[in-house]
Design a protein around this ligand. Structure first.
Ligand SMILES: Cc1ncc(COP(=O)(O)O)c(C=O)c1O
Length: 390
């Protein structure tokens, strides 16, 4: 299912933007934005075709169709151990928007929100776009080293409103342990902070690591949590723009619904995206399981291969289809290395710039491995040839 034959580069060259095939010169392999090279599960296209064939695309409810909300609630109740009422699910047009509107709902001018460092740029962007201040919590880069909760507590002030958690963590691939999550949850309760839990990567976890949602730990923590998730990573639906915001607390849900601007129709989740997500969650678990088996194999090839490159040190991610090697010993900055790799190796990567991941990403590059074994091996071969002759 996840072989090179499945990948249609002619289509990707026309459709895959955001630093990927359609955005790079011919001949360059883009291991950039985390968006799979594989087509989605056939059940998803079939569900969209069935819906489209009836030729009605009427307005959906502001909160999302009931078939969508039920599928999402069912998934979180059964697979994430977070008892979820469909009435607490809001269909949104992406996880990115879910993060943005949660910040819009709970961050006022000058309010502080804690983000881990390194982490994907969306938290900082959304906090600052709402005139808040993002407070950086430096965490170990090794996925298996636990965070220092005392250091986190020291960052909390009277202005702190929110703790932003990305689990598994893009870019390091850390999967937080139950103990770490419980300590974070207890801090949030102690200081009455919203926990914004970005769970978009929660399906992509490699054995023996196990995913825990912070909202599954106890009832008080569940009431204080806003889960944001999406379907770009697990099911390859980035361009459909679909996501969910789940808030088990009635009052919090109501504030989020107001902030979403769905009721005014300024925003909302496209009906075909909702159909696609329901099909993914209800019918495509088999596909996701195979995808994770394939990704585990790709991860191992990447880690082995990158560690043989002079000056690279690559730790094994516990989750996410991303590797995040330390490249400081090459003597090059991540930006210089990025240019060299694109020009000489014809491989595009994401440099660990603070604007993407925070300052602690300095000296690292990020590569996505959601592609075929042939493409991964060719990329590693090209990078090795370029760097080892330095
Ligand atoms: C941690 C994290 N959150 C959110 C998103 C955004 O997802 P979506 O495509 O649903 O907007 C991404 C995508 O890269 C991500 O890595």
């Amino acid at each position: 299912m996840f072989t090179n034959n499945e990948i249609q580069l002619d289509i990707l060259k026309k459709r895959a933007f955001n630093l990927r095939w359609a955005s790079v010169p011919d001949g360059v392999i883009p291991l950039t934005a985390a968006d799979p090279d594989f087509p989605c599960a056939p059940e998803i296209s079939e569900a969209i075709n069935r819906y489209s064939s009836q030729r009605y695309f009427s307005y959906a409810p502001a909160e999302g169709h009931s078939f969508f909300r039920e599928s999402v609630a069912n998934f979180h109740s059964l697979k994430r151990n977070v008892n979820t009422n469909p009435a607490h699910v809001l269909a949104v047009d992406s996880a990115a928007y879910g993060i943005y509107m949660t910040c819009k709902a709970f961050i006022k001018k000058g309010d502080e929100a804690i983000i881990f460092n390194p982490v994907d740029f969306l938290f900082k962007h959304s906090i600052e776009a709402n005139q808040g201040v993002s407070i950086s919590f430096a965490i170990p880069l090794q996925p298996d080293v636990i965070i220092d909760i005392n250091e986190l507590e020291k960052l909390i002030t009277s202005k702190t409103k929110m703790i932003c958690l990305c689990n598994p963590l893009n870019p390091t691939g850390k999967v937080f342990t139950k103990t770490e999550l419980l300590l974070i949850g207890q801090l949030a309760i102690k200081y009455n902070l919203i926990i914004l839990s970005d769970e978009i990567w929660s399906d992509i976890v490699f054995e023996p690591n196990v995913y825990t949602s912070i909202a599954s730990l106890d009832e008080t923590i569940r009431q204080q949590t806003v889960i944001v998730t999406g379907y770009s990573k697990s099911y390859g639906l980035a361009g459909l723009r679909a996501g969910s915001v789940i808030a088990p607390n009635d009052k919090i849900f109501e504030i989020l619904l107001q902030a979403s601007e769905h009721q005014s129709t300024v925003h909302g989740c496209n009906v075909l995206a909702q159909v696609a997500v329901a099909a993914a969650l209800n019918e495509c678990e088999y596909w996701l399981k195979e995808f994770i088996i394939h990704l585990t194999h790709m991860r191992n090839i990447c880690v082995d291969g990158l560690n043989k490159i002079d000056g690279f040190k690559c730790l094994t991610p516990q989750g996410c289809y991303l590797v995040f090697p330390d490249i400081t010993k090459t003597g090059l900055s991540a930006e210089t290395l990025q240019k060299k790799l694109i020009e000489e190796a014809k491989v595009a990567i994401v440099p660990g710039l603070s604007q993407w991941f925070g300052e602690r990403a300095t000296g690292h590059i990020r590569l996505s491995f959601a592609t075929s074994e042939d493409i991964i091996k060719e990329s590693i071969y090209r990078i090795t040839k370029t760097i080892n002759k330095l």
